[in-house]
Design a protein around this ligand. Structure first.
Ligand code: GLP
Length: 241
């Protein structure tokens, strides 16, 4: 595991953007796995900046987002589709047809999960998967006590995740309780993984991810077995290492 400790959230974001841009520079048709949450927001801003400065071209990039809330569509400002449009897609030249995000409004969620996984396979698999980290150690929406062998599937959100994500909604009661998420197996099959964590409230999860036992109760701990993982942390998130 390659661990990079940045002095600040800003430095973390610049390094992460450069990492992703290098991937796209080396392979213009890269398949990127993308993440939501507050952590990657500034990474996406730096990617937009570099695009505007003509330093990166997203024309041939294919993207697959990790997850989406069930019941929220792209017009809902809390959906991950909306988030991605706001923070990245509408600001760079990615081709609309190359954007993939699970459809949280699908009539048949089971079928949507199967087809999402197939689309990833048909694209040749994910070259670089970006991840945030839940304070309970979740990645995507793979909550504690996850099945490591799971592929894209429907998940019930953990109480802690609902509470953590309530800050984006009017109240905790408005946070959807279910989501579609790539599974741990989907994530582990990516060629490269880049995980970002910022702030004191992630320090325990970072410590368990790096030093703890590999256990379904801390889903991110499985990354210890991935062959090409980079963590970019700020000093607070790395404070217990
Ligand atoms: C959500 C997302 C995760 C994300 C996590 C952490 O639950 N499903 O993909 O990593 O939140 O979010 P934040 O970066 O806001 O702490």
């Amino acid at each position: 595991m390659n661990i990079i400790i940045a002095k600040s959230y800003d430095e973390l974001s610049r390094k992460a953007a450069n990492f992703i841009i290098s991937q796209v520079t080396l392979k213009s048709s890269s398949v990127l796995g993308l993440a939501t949450g507050s952590t990657p927001i500034s990474t996406y801003s730096y990617m937009v900046k570099k695009f505007k400065e003509d330093e990166v071209n997203f024309e041939d990039v294919i993207s697959f987002n990790l997850d989406e809330y069930i019941g929220l569509g792209k017009e809902n400002n809390q959906s991950y589709r909306y988030f991605m449009e706001e923070n990245l897609f509408s600001k760079v030249n990615i081709n609309e047809n190359n954007i993939n995000i699970p459809n949280g409004l699908a009539d048949d969620i089971e079928k949507e999960c199967i087809s999402y996984e197939e689309r990833i396979k048909n694209a040749g698999g994910i070259d670089l998967q970006l991840l945030g980290l839940g304070r309970n150690g979740h990645i995507g929406f793979n909550e504690p006590n996850v099945k490591f062998e799971a592929i894209t599937h429907k998940v019930e959100l953990d109480e802690d995740t609902i509470e953590a994500n309530a800050r984006f909604f009017e109240s905790a009661a408005d946070v959807p309780t279910e989501a579609i998420s790539m599974g741990i197996k989907t994530i582990m099959m990516s060629c490269k993984v880049l995980l970002l964590a910022s702030g004191k409230n992630k320090a325990e999860a970072v410590k368990a991810l790096v030093k703890g036992p590999i256990t379904p109760s801390l889903p991110a701990s499985i990354l210890q077995l991935h062959r090409d993982v980079t963590l970019i942390l700020d000093e607070e998130a790395a404070s217990l290492l």
